[in-house]
Ligand binder design. Structure first.
Ligand code: 5GP
Length: 198
């Protein structure tokens, strides 16, 4: 049985990384798709674990060689999903989780219609503003840019399969795990059970 491709998006400030981390910790069989990016590494990040940190030239080569399932520009940097490790995992029956922004997610859906798209919302838009301002490590101009982007991303949420509100991390995590479980119970996933019964 092929693995499931799960895509999670949500604007900067909804607390997506915390939820994604917790989902990964609670679901050992899930594989995280490590993206390539041209953005500089942040303190605490590890090359090859959080991202593959690459130069603009290397990123362009990945595009030219068609090695990315999708890519997008986000607040001045490029981000893309390497296609080979993803396909290897899916073929081996492992589920793969992509934490990517909206443009990329919609591109994935158009190329892989069976991908499961989950959009994460903050309890209210004002919460996003508060969280971004509260981080204290982001320049006001960058905060403005991220908020503008967040507003646009919210308009795209209707194109997703599921909406999860992050008003509580444990609840958001359990909803995501429930979505994954339900997807695996779909009849089309289990037709082999019917055949074996006959
Ligand atoms: P950050 O720089 O904060 O790690 O990520 C910025 C945004 O880029 C986040 O919304 C994240 O989900 C998104 N992102 C990370 N990797 C990819 C990718 O491979 N493709 C796309 N389209 N977006 C990505």
């Amino acid at each position: 049985m092929r693995g499931k491709l799960i895509v999670i998006s949500g604007p900067s400030g909804v607390g997506k990384s915390t939820v994604v981390k917790a989902v990964m910790a609670q679901c050992e069989t899930l594989q995280f798709s490590v993206s390539a990016t041209t953005r500089p590494m942040r303190p605490g990040e590890v090359d090859g674990k959080n991202y593959y940190f690459v130069s603009r030239d290397t990123f362009q080569r990945l595009i030219d060689k068609d090695q990315l399932l999708e890519y997008a520009q986000y607040v001045g940097n490029y981000y893309g999903t390497p296609v080979e490790p993803l396909d290897e995992a899916l073929a081996a029956g492992r589920d793969v989780l992509l934490d990517i922004e909206v443009q990329g997610a919609l591109r994935v859906k158009s190329r892989r219609p069976d991908a499961i798209l989950i959009f994460m919302l903050a309890p209210s838009f004002r919460d996003i503003e508060t969280r971004l301002n509260g981080r204290g490590d982001t320049a006001p101009e960058l905060i403005r840019e991220r908020l503008e982007r967040a507003r646009w991303e919210y308009t795209q949420a209707v194109n997703y399969d599921y909406l999860v509100v992050n008003d509580n991390v444990d609840k958001a995590v359990s909803e995501i795990l429930a979505i994954l479980k339900a997807e695996k119970c779909k009849a089309r996933e289990r037709l082999h059970l019917l055949k074996e019964d006959n």
